[in-house]
Design a protein around this ligand. Sequence first.
Ligand code: PMP
Length: 398
Amino acid sequence: DSVFSSVSTLPDDPILSLTGKFLADPRDCKVNLGVGMYLDENGVTPVLDVVREAEEAIALSHRPHTYIPQTGLPLYDRLVQELLFGKDSEVVTSKRACTVQSLGGTGALKLGCDLMYWACGLRVGAASVPTWGNHNDILERSGYTVAAYRYYDAGTHGLNFEAMCEDLKKLPAKTLVILHACCHNPTGYDLDANQWSEIIDICKHCQLVPFLDLAYQGFKAGLEEDSLAVRLFADSGLDFLVASSFSKSFNLYSERIGALTVVTHSENEALRVASHLKCCARANYSNPAAFGGRIVERVLSDPDKFAHWEKELAGMRNRILAMRQALADEMRAIGAKRDFSFVTEQAGMFSFTGLTPEQVDRLSSEFGIYAVRNGRICVCGLNRKNVAYVARSFAAVL
Ligand code: PMP
């Protein structure tokens, strides 16, 4: 008998498997609204100018492929902190935070969960309903009992802040609470500054440990603006964690480049935490990959390159905003049964359309339009050529 004879087949990831279905569809009219990647007006993920320049410079340097430090490139780690908190912020100058390079935002979440489990004894983790599915999987596979807090109200197409607060208050002390710092995936609805302050009060009062997931910095309003939540937490005096990712903001999806930042009370604490993070990194993958880190480091460390990156990022952000508006306008022009203006109030790559699983199924079978069955669409899949077709198809299934 094989050791694998009792192993069952698990279902494919519902989001990642959409691309296979999309590619297999022979229709010319097909549209992929399932992907979680930025696509430009021509439906491709562009290489940013700043990335191309860095790639070439790095290739020409013919550097030996030696291990880099377990915690990542030191300059990269410092630049990530400056991007999160501001160059002259107290968190950066006091050195009470430690940052380690990670394998994308996912790797940062995993490192953070491992750290809090092994070094601090946390055993309960919570994520929003709905959330990016991997939050729950990472918590569970890291040994946590997974709890949930309500976030979205399908009836009103919006945030249910009261329910969120009510559920957070019920969590046991020392729960690791994953919070989407901006561009909530999948709903696109974020908290405002006052609401964040209330969440901070609840975290203090109930002794919760906030873990901010910042995978889309720059996709809502700008790099500074999108670190609002991170900076409010930094000012609050709470201990907290931040998972950053450059997958989206640099279109570096395949390079797996992100960072975990842990904000503590003192430099001494940060150094002790860093020693545990080295251990977590070692037991998972030993040392991080260098290439993505070198690209990001090169751009963040040079004011001209940084400015150029900000411009390219704004280009992506503005295209998404324009497509949100175009979809809402097209739906209105057709006289669709439902007003789609809520799409323009959501932030980031995704939009929660309120389409039911059955309507999503009809979109793929009848129209060749692929979306996640929970009604999430990636707005980047829209462009000037297909937005009217998508709107007509939406109206037809509503
Ligand atoms: N957090 C959220 C909310 C995300 O949507 C994603 C990517 N889909 C990530 C983290 C992880 O991003 P990556 O590991 O690709 O950097």
